[in-house]
Design a binder for this molecule. Structure first.
Ligand code: AMP
Ligand code: ZN
Ligand code: ZN
Length: 310
């Protein structure tokens, strides 16, 4: 196998592109895919302040690393959702990465603010862990991005995540979620701009990227998400990909191209107003975060105060 760029010995083969790369040209390929996504969807510019949401997993650490290499002005935010060993290992990996790269990041810890974690809040609400966690993380990311004057929040969602989510949304005809599958969501009515610069790269590619760059990350899955349905959809797409390389990209990018007229610029079905408790944007009288916290007898405003003090 020979690198398609320099014709030297190749160490990495990407089947869906039928292309082999040496280490150096694989890293260049990855950076180019991210640049293409940023440019194509006008995600952000070098002049803007970017906040990357880092879980400690391979995707978000790879994304942070790539954006730093490309010369973007990017800081990190980690939300410690308080699930014991998993959370402490995640924090450790992030700390090591940030010190190696001399990068700046913030930590928002639920346990420090509320002396409790996600499992307690989910149980009090009688809701699945993942949906409780999603509401809390999205709320914190938005509040932080807006109140600290960042132009955009970026997440490590990759092609496997997006094509898997798309399959799930279509199987259940959850068309209201399709809009958020676009790689960039503009800022509107108190919601910050959001972007997914890894949407052109697969799980396999970000794994190889971390290995090649020597980035250490949390390998375990979140212990609360083991049964998540999204994992099943990703596995099914992987089976299709084995039979027919390129399926995931065709599925997701075909959707973006053909489906965009249905969700880009489509009027929102529900008007956005300010939450009666915290003032954050919501389509209801009280936002999802405040409702969840109230049900768990926790004061939603403690979080806002904590973020203001950071
Ligand atoms: P997941 O839904 O766990 O696959 O995560 C998707 C993306 O959300 C990750 O790539 C991160 O960018 C972000 N994310 C997930 N968990 C956290 C966390 N605890 N703190 C900050 N960002 C997170
Ligand atoms: Zn090469
Ligand atoms: Zn609220």
């Amino acid at each position: 196998m020979w690198c398609i760029k320099c014709k030297g010995p190749a160490s990495i083969y990407i089947r869906r592109h039928n292309s082999a790369f040496c280490n150096e040209h694989f890293l260049e390929y990855v950076r180019r895919q991210v640049e293409r996504a940023i440019e194509q969807y006008r995600m952000f510019t070098k002049e803007e302040r970017i906040l990357v949401a880092v879980s400690g997993g391979k995707d978000s650490l790879a994304l942070w690393d790539i954006l730093l290499d490309l010369g973007y002005n990017v800081d990190g935010i980690h939300i410690d959702i308080g699930i014991g060993e998993y959370s402490s290992v995640s924090k450790e990996k992030i700390k090591i990465f940030a010190s190696q790269r001399n990068a700046n990041y913030y930590e928002v810890s639920l346990r420090n603010i509320y002396q409790t974690g996600i499992t307690y809040i989910a149980r009090k609400n009688d809701r699945p862990y993942c949906s409780t966690c999603g509401v809390i993380k999205r709320y914190i990311m938005n509040l932080f991005t807006v109140s600290k004057n960042y132009s955009v929040i970026v997440t490590g969602h990759n092609l496997d995540d997006e094509s898997g989510a798309l399959l799930g949304n279509i199987l259940h005809w959850q068309i209201e979620y399709l809009k958020s599958q676009y790689p960039v969501m503009p800022e509107e009515s108190g919601f910050s701009r959001k972007a997914k610069p890894l949407s052109r790269l697969t799980d396999e590619e970000t794994t190889i990227y971390c290995k090649t760059k020597g980035i250490d990350y949390v390998r375990e899955r979140c212990p609360l998400s083991k049964k998540a349905q999204s994992i099943v959809y990703k596995e099914i797409l992987n089976q299709l990909e084995t039979i027919s390389p390129g399926t995931k990209a065709q599925f997701y990018f075909g959707f973006l191209e053909k489906g965009k007229r249905y969700f880009l610029g489509a009027p929102d079905t529900l008007p956005v107003s300010s939450c009666r408790i915290c003032g954050q944007p919501t389509t209801e009288e009280i936002c999802g975060f405040c409702r969840q916290m109230k049900k768990a007898d926790l004061d939603p405003l403690l979080l806002k105060d904590a973020i203001e003090r950071i």
